[in-house]
Design a protein around this ligand. Structure first.
Ligand SMILES: Cc1ncc(COP(=O)(O)O)c(C=O)c1O
Length: 385
C-alpha cells in the first residue's frame, strides 16, 4: 500500500474509534471566557492559570517591544535574533529561580527535544516517568539514548531500574506536575535517588512555574529543593506566564553547552522580542500580585470540596489541573457537548494522549474563575455522569 493510502486508512480508523479531535476557532478571549461562533463560554480549558495573557502591564510591554523591534526576531539567536530583552530576561529569570544561568528557547517542546540530545547520547540511559509529557518522550527517543520508563510516580520501580543499570551516564526525566491529571512528582525522593546513583535529574515544571513555591518559583522551591538537588529545570512560559517560550535553568557549564549545541536553539528563529517583553512583565506581575496565586489556591480547594459533596471522584491533584474519568469515549464526548451547550468549555482528553480506558474531562482552573462558575460546572457534570 502506498504511504498516502496508508495514512488515509490510519486517519479513517482514528475517526471510527472516536479519536478525531477538532480545533475551535476562538474569536476573542476575556479573562475566564472565550467567544466562539458568536457565543460566549466560560473557559475551563486554558493554561493561563494566573490570567496574565491579557494583563494590561503584560500587553503594554509587548506593544512597546513591537514599536522597538517589530513583530519577529528576524533571525536565530546566534545570528541577530538575540536582543537586550532576551538577555535581560535570561538574567532576571536565573536570579528569580536562584539558579546559575538561564537559556530562553522558543517553546517548551523545542527546548525538550533539543536539550535532551545535548545531555544524552547512545551511552546514556534515560529513566522517565510513564506519564511524562510528549516532548520529553520524543526528546528521549531523538537522543538515541536507551529509554526506560518507570511506572507513574513509582519510586521503588525507578530504584529497581537504576540499581540494575550498569551504564555510567544516567538521566532521570520527569514532569513536576503531570499535565493530564495535575498530580505531582516526589522531587525529594527523585533527587535522593539521583544522588545515590549519580544520575542527572531533569524536571519539566510547565505546570508549576509561576504558581507553586515561594514567590511562584515553582515546584523545586515548593518541595524545598534547589539547584544542587535538581540541576536542570525546564520552565515553559505558555501556561502561568500567559506568554510563549521556555527557559531552561541550570549550572553555568550546562547552560553554556546548551547555548552552543542545542540544535533547536541554534537553528530556529529566536523568540520574538514582544513575547520576551511580555514574559519579563509577567514575571514582575506574578511576584507583585500574590492574590492571583492565593485566589487560585482557594478555587482549587473549593472545586475539590464541592466535587466531593456532589459525589464526584476526581483524580488526585491539588493543582489547577483537575481531572475526572468518564466510563467511555462516547459518554465523554456527550458530556463535553452538553457542557458546551450550557456555556461551559471543557477539554475532553482521549487516547493516545493518555492511556487506553482513562478518557477524562480535564478541567483547568484560573484565578479569574468564580465559585458560581464552578458550581454550575459541577452540578451539570453530576447530572450527566
Ligand atoms: C509538561 C509540559 N512540557 C512541555 C510542554 C510544551 O511547552 P510549549 O507549549 O511551550 O511547547 C507542555 C505543553 O503542553 C507541557 O505540558
Amino acid at each position: 500500500m502506498s504511504s498516502v493510502a496508508n495514512l488515509a486508512l490510519r486517519y479513517q480508523l482514528h475517526q471510527i474509534r472516536g479519536l478525531e479531535r477538532q480545533r475551535h476557532a476562538v474569536q476573542q478571549r476575556f479573562a475566564s471566557k472565550i467567544k466562539l461562533a458568536d457565543a460566549e463560554y466560560v473557559n475551563f480549558a486554558s493554561n493561563d492559570y494566573l490570567c496574565l495573557a491579557q494583563h494590561p502591564q503584560v500587553t503594554a510591554a509587548a506593544h512597546d517591544a513591537i514599536e522597538r523591534y517589530g513583530v519577529g526576531a528576524t533571525a536565530s539567536a546566534m545570528v541577530s535574533g538575540y536582543s537586550e530583552l532576551h538577555q535581560a530576561f535570561e538574567q532576571r529569570f536565573a536570579e528569580f529561580m536562584q539558579y546559575d544561568q538561564a537559556l530562553l528557547f522558543n517553546s517548551g517542546f523545542n527546548a525538550n527535544i533539543s536539550m535532551i540530545s545535548v545531555l544524552a547520547d547512545r551511552n546514556t540511559i534515560i529513566f522517565a516517568d510513564k506519564y511524562n509529557h510528549a516532548s520529553l518522550i520524543d526528546g528521549a527517543i531523538l537522543s538515541r539514548a536507551q529509554h526506560q520508563r518507570y511506572r507513574h510516580n513509582d519510586i521503588a520501580h525507578l530504584r529497581d531500574l537504576l540499581t540494575r543499570s550498569g551504564v555510567k551516564n544516567k538521566i532521570i526525566l520527569t514532569d513536576s506536575v503531570f499535565s493530564m491529571q495535575g498530580d505531582k512528582a516526589a522531587l525529594p525522593e527523585l533527587s535522593q535517588l539521583a544522588e545515590q546513583h549519580q544520575a542527572l535529574l531533569v524536571v519539566d515544571d510547565a505546570h508549576g512555574i509561576g504558581m507553586l513555591g515561594e514567590d511562584g518559583r515553582g515546584s523545586v522551591s515548593e518541595q524545598g529543593l534547589n539547584q544542587q538537588q535538581v540541576p536542570i529545570v525546564i520552565c515553559p512560559l505558555g501556561k502561568a506566564f500567559g506568554s510563549m517560550g521556555c527557559v531552561v535553568v541550570g549550572p553555568k557549564a550546562m547552560i553554556n553547552a546548551l547555548t552552543q549545541f542545542a540544535r533547536g536553539y541554534l537553528y530556529s528563529t529566536a523568540l520574538p522580542p514582544m513575547l520576551v517583553a511580555a514574559s519579563l512583565a509577567g514575571l514582575s506581575v506574578l511576584q507583585q500580585e500574590t492574590w492571583r496565586r492565593e485566589k487560585l489556591q482557594h478555587l482549587i480547594c473549593y472545586f475539590r470540596q464541592q466535587a466531593l459533596q456532589s459525589g464526584l471522584t476526581l483524580l488526585p491533584s491539588d493543582t489547577a489541573i483537575q481531572s475526572l474519568l468518564v466510563p467511555s469515549i462516547e459518554k465523554l464526548l456527550l458530556i463535553q457537548q452538553c457542557l458546551q451547550t450550557n456555556g461551559l468549555f471543557v477539554a475532553a482528553i482521549r487516547p493516545p494522549t493518555i492511556p487506553q480506558g482513562t478518557q477524562r474531562l480535564r478541567i483547568s482552573l484560573t484565578c479569574e474563575h468564580t465559585e458560581q462558575q464552578i458550581d454550575k460546572l459541577l452540578a451539570l457534570i453530576s447530572k450527566l455522569l
